[in-house]
Design a protein around this ligand. Structure first.
Ligand code: UDP
Ligand code: MG
Length: 328
């Protein structure tokens, strides 16, 4: 019989965890297959750690991975997939924006269509700022335009993946993982499931603007070489403008329609324009070099502090036995 894992990244989610666990467990109880939840505590500084530990004591089907610090949402999901030995996995946010009650329908669709991936497409989104809605719509469309791989739009990490996809994912060595892109990239049979995204049940978003920007720039740089091509294009355009300017000034001088030595404005315009183009293209190159630098260092994507319920052996502290063994 197939086993199902639910992978849940958590960062400072004390406000939602009890309810989140209750709702997810309720759904899993209705399934005929064995199931488990893998919570990945991404270095939370609130009570997330103790709440998860308490849940793992009362429920052996809850596994917990504690990171040594905050590594980010994508490394947390990656760790969940790395530690998953089930046949199927659903990636779910802790805040219940993606309702776990949809899991039976997603499983049924996967079985009916014999799909390897069921990705959940947001028909609508509740309780999110206009800024987030607009930037996210633009981001998915922009990514699709820039990337060499086609991605489904309005789709987050909420999806079901099977063992085949997890095995391929586990072979990926890159460090700045854009998971939804990588899962599209592996291929196999991938089908959409449309749903309405709900509002967070409690607490604040854990994705401030700085994290959103890092996420978006990682996605772009890891999935597209177009910025490099655009930099080259910009360079060519600048050279063309330079040639036209030079011809205009020279011919003007000979024929006499241009008084070049008084052309302070045109010189300044050219200097600023070419300076800008150079800085921009060097900046784009720098971004890719930065990524190469990170990849060459090959540091682990995350560091696990400890885990719960992965190993059934109880942990035994290392100290002298209270009773010395009896003499024979
Ligand atoms: N998350 C995480 N590490 C982070 C930021 C977020 O593990 O550094 C988790 C978070 O706990 C949640 C999921 O990733 O389960 C999505 O985050 P959030 O709901 O805050 O993002 P939003 O839905 O607002 O984009
Ligand atoms: Mg959320």
């Amino acid at each position: 019989m197939k086993k199902l894992s639910i992978i849940v990244p958590c960062y400072n989610e004390e406000a939602v965890l009890a309810e989140s666990y209750r709702r997810t467990k309720e759904v899993l109880k209705q399934l005929t297959c064995p199931s488990e939840i893998i919570y990945v505590n991404d270095g939370s500084r609130d009570a997330t750690r103790s709440i998860l530990d308490a849940i793992s004591v009362s429920d052996p089907d809850v596994k917990v991975i504690h990171f040594s610090r905050n590594f980010g949402h994508q490394p947390a999901v990656t760790a969940g997939i790395h530690h998953c030995d089930a046949d199927l996995a659903v990636i779910l946010d802790a805040d219940m924006q993606d309702p776990p009650e949809l899991i039976p329908d997603i499983l049924a669709l996967q079985e009916k269509e014999e799909a390897n991936v069921v990705f959940c497409v947001r028909k609508s989104r509740e309780g999110e700022s206009n800024f987030k809605l607009i930037t996210s719509r633009l981001f998915y469309r922009f990514m699709n335009h820039m990337s060499e791989v086609a991605f489904p739009v309005d789709t987050g990490d909420f999806r079901l993946i099977d063992r085949k996809v997890m095995n391929e994912f586990n072979r990926m060595k890159e460090h700045g993982k854009y998971i939804r892109g990588l899962i599209s990239w592996v291929g196999f049979k991938q089908i959409p499931f449309f749903y309405e995204r709900e509002a967070r049940i409690a607490g604040e978003t854990k994705y401030p603007l700085s994290k959103m920007l890092k996420f978006a720039s990682n996605a772009l740089l890891y999935f597209s070489k177009k910025p490099l091509k655009m930099a080259t294009g910009l360079g060519f355009a600048a050279v063309l403008v330079g040639i036209i300017l030079a011809v205009w000034v020279t011919v003007g001088k000979i024929i006499g329609y241009s008084n070049a030595e008084t052309g302070w404005t045109s010189i300044m315009t050219a200097v600023v324009f070419f300076g800008g183009v150079q800085l921009l293209t060097v900046g784009v190159l720098g971004q890719y070099i930065g990524i190469l630098f990170d990849e060459i260092k090959a540091r682990p994507e995350y560091i696990v502090d400890n885990t719960k319920n992965f190993n059934t052996n109880p942990s035994v502290s290392c100290k002298a036995r209270s009773e010395s063994p009896k003499e024979a």
